[in-house]
Design a protein around this ligand. Structure first.
Ligand code: NAP
Length: 286
């Protein structure tokens, strides 16, 4: 595996993937969509709309990647299905046509969140949001077009340099800049972006197919995550209003705990829990 193509290279995860892949010695190709291609030394950038199957196929034909990591997506807006679902299908077909290994990024919100325990790779998708539906549809399209692809389901992605959008939001809530509650009954397994990128690159070298959960080792509520982030940045967590997702007017997946036991057995890279990461990185570190 020496040539890698990262779709969504300008995204939060994609940026770290590009950096880590370059450091690992890959020949790196990456795509962006609305942003100007960054001047990352060593990477070759392309502007690519994954909704355009011919453009995706032409790009892969030209770059001839051994490994493709598909992170590009949209979470909201009228183009969610064309970009997130159909776009993933386009990427999978084009990846199969050039014989490239494909890792597709999916999400824990493909589940309805109604279960008490953790979801495993064997659990079938049951989305209850438009974004969840798009991701579930993407999984099906990818599996059909590229049966050897790995579908990676992950959870909330966070990091510190720069701070991710979830953490920024929690700090805004804690500081009273945004008036809302953080839910004490909505559980996720936040994953540190550096751990996730390293695990994805390691996975690229392993012929594992089908679904794999890559999420942080610790399950926390959105409220607890907000408290931990506030404490890390010296903001008083007492300012965070606690609420119940169950009482919200919008139906939201509540318990999206993912079991990553299979990944722990398969990979050297550890997907640490939030408290372990915060402790390891310290208050000022990045
Ligand atoms: N963030 C999370 O907490 C989380 C949780 C679970 C799963 N995931 C999954 O992890 C992956 C990465 O998430 P992220 O937060 O790193 O994403 P992100 O920061 O929102 O970046 C999205 C990327 O998709 C690109 N993009 C948007 N529309 C496109 C189009 N039509 N054609 C091609 N590229 C397009 C964007 O390019 P431009 O910026 O250049 O427009 C950007 O590089 C996604 O697949 C997501 O579903 C994320």
């Amino acid at each position: 595996m020496s040539r890698i193509f990262i779709t969504g290279g300008t995204g939060y995860l994609g940026t770290v993937l590009v950096r880590q892949a370059l450091a690992a010695g890959y020949t790196v190709f990456a795509s962006c969509f609305s942003q100007t291609p960054p001047a990352t030394a060593g990477a070759t950038w392309a502007v690519l709309d994954v909704r355009d199957p011919q453009a995706v196929a032409a790009q892969f034909n030209q770059c001839r990647p051994d490994l493709i990591i598909h992170t590009a997506y949209l979470q909201t807006g009228p183009d969610v299905l064309p970009v997130t679902a159909e776009g993933a299908g386009n990427v999978a077909r084009a990846a199969a046509a050039v014989g490239a290994r494909l890792i597709h990024l999916s999400s824990d919100v493909i589940f309805d969140g109604e279960r008490e325990g953790a979801y495993t790779e064997a659990d079938p998708p049951a989305p209850i949001t438009l974004y969840g539906e798009a991701k579930a549809r993407a999984e099906a399209l990818v599996a059909a077009a590229h049966p050897a692809a790995t579908i990676v389901r992950t959870s909330l992605i966070y990091g510190f340099a720069p701070l991710d959008k979830l953490s920024r939001f929690a700090l805004d809530v804690a500081a009273g800049r945004v008036a809302t509650q953080l839910f004490t009954d909505e559980y996720r397994c936040p994953v540190y972006v550096e751990d996730l990128a390293a695990a994805l690159l390691e996975l690229g070298g392993i012929p594992y197919r089908s679904v794999l959960h890559l999420a942080g080792a610790e399950r926390v509520s959105r409220y607890t995550f907000g408290v931990l982030i506030a404490q890390r940045y010296g903001v008083d967590p007492a300012g965070i209003p606690a609420g119940l997702s169950a009482a919200s007017l919008t139906r939201r997946p509540r318990n999206c705990t993912l079991s990553s036991d299979r990944a722990a057995a398969l990979l050297q890279t550890r997907l640490r829990g939030v408290r372990e990461v915060f402790q390891a990185i310290g208050r000022q570190g990045g």
